[in-house]
Design a protein around this ligand. Structure first.
Ligand SMILES: [Fe+2]
Length: 394
């Protein structure tokens, strides 16, 4: 039995006689032997970069504006409070419209965080992400997920026109036009459960409130703890995807943004691959962590495959750039933050990192990361190995 990926429809098939794609009937030359090798991905990456140019997508998607974390209604304030107490983020505004109650947290150097919950009864038809959320260890919070990565665009109309022609599906038929911004988002990806949103700002003063929203008064005071000032911008997030979907997830993300695939780190011991997509060295990085083979059982499978079995595909952690990381780590611990692992890495290696236990309100882990001096590698293999191992405790 050979596992093949079709480069036309991106479906993976197991077959004994590879002739044509069973899904889209593409001919044999579209079928690649799926071994999670980087050869297929690298070939696709250059194709996509050319295609983006040809279609006029280059420069149409800029950096990360914000992320949207949806929670259960009763956990929305708790989720925002947790973040205010464990990062450099501060309360900016809160409002409700006909669909959502939203709390916005900001930091001057970082993408913003929209913490929200849906107002309608929690039912499948009201939440397009529902099916991605209900797994053995996540079904008790079926509306909880980091749902959307929102990128700025200088021309949302052109973007939507091009992407619709390519067959991309959006959650709304039309762009949502408001006084402060125009906005649209894709349906959740079948590979990640994440949505990509686009926002075009009309005003310098960025408020996420819409014309029909009302201000909410939520007293969210930031604790006066100086170590929180050491925690700066969102450096990267890591989304966990199935072994068979790694290439498709990265390719899809590249087709929807102006990001490129940078490199992958293989951790054979734990059957895990950490893949990094970037826009530039200074921008937020999108990390995809995948298994090497599909989940078998808890005894034989690695932490990444087990996580997906228990929680589904989703963002596993949000990493924050942190100054004075030793002191910040010890202060966080003294203030009741619980960690999956101590600080890993060293100044000599070029970076130090650690993982908190997941927040019960969002299921998300915080990573604190510091890169020393002129360290130009994004990660080190040793740190990735230790951090991957630590997530086995989830
Ligand atoms: Fe990370």
């Amino acid at each position: 039995m050979t596992k093949l990926i079709c480069s036309k429809c991106m479906k993976v098939h197991e077959t004994t006689h590879p002739t044509t794609c069973p899904t889209c009937h593409a001919s044999k030359e579209y079928l690649y032997n799926f071994k999670n090798s980087d050869a297929f991905l690298k070939k696709e990456v250059s194709r996509i970069i050319q295609e983006r140019k040809d279609l006029g997508l280059d420069g149409l998607v800029e950096g990360l504006d914000s992320i949207i974390i949806n929670t259960e209604p009763h956990l929305r304030v708790a989720a925002a409070t947790d973040l205010i107490r464990s990062t450099g983020l501060s309360f900016s505004e809160a409002f409700e419209d006909d669909q959502f109650k939203t709390i916005v947290l900001t930091h001057p150097d970082s993408a913003s965080f929209l913490i929200r919950s849906r107002k309608q009864n929690v039912q499948h038809e009201n939440n397009p992400f529902f099916e991605f959320n209900t797994h053995p260890k996540s079904q008790h919070v079926p509306n909880t997920r980091l749902e959307t990565f929102l990128f700025t665009t200088p021309n949302i109309k052109k973007y939507v026109q091009i992407q619709k022609k390519r067959g991309v599906n959006f959650l709304t038929d039309d762009i949502i036009q408001d006084k402060n911004y125009s906005f649209i988002q894709t349906i959740p990806s079948q590979y990640t459960g994440n949505s990509i949103g686009l926002i075009q700002w009309h005003k310098e003063n960025k408020s996420y409130q819409s014309s029909n929203s009302e201000k909410l008064h939520i007293p969210l005071e930031k604790p006066k703890k100086s170590y929180l000032q050491n925690i700066k911008q969102l450096d990267h997030t890591a989304t966990r995807v199935r072994a068979t979907d790694r290439d498709a997830a990265i390719i899809e993300f590249m087709e929807l943004t102006n990001y490129y695939f940078d490199f992958a780190i293989y951790v054979k011991l734990f059957n895990s691959i950490t893949n990094v997509a970037r826009l530039s060295a200074d921008d937020f990085a999108m990390v995809f962590t995948s298994g090497v083979v599909p989940y078998k059982n808890d005894e034989e499978s690695g932490p990444t495959e087990k996580f997906i079995h228990n929680y589904g595909t989703r963002v596993h952690h949000m990493a924050f750039h942190t100054e004075n990381i030793e002191e910040t780590f010890s202060q966080l611990k003294q203030n009741q933050m619980e960690f999956l692992i101590g600080l890993v890495g060293s100044e000599k290696d070029g970076l130090k990192q650690t993982f908190t236990k997941p927040s019960p309100s969002t299921l998300l882990v915080n990573e604190y990361i510091h890169r020393y001096g002129d360290f130009d590698g994004f990660f080190t293999k040793n740190n990735v190995t230790q951090l991957t191992e630590a997530t086995d405790k989830q």
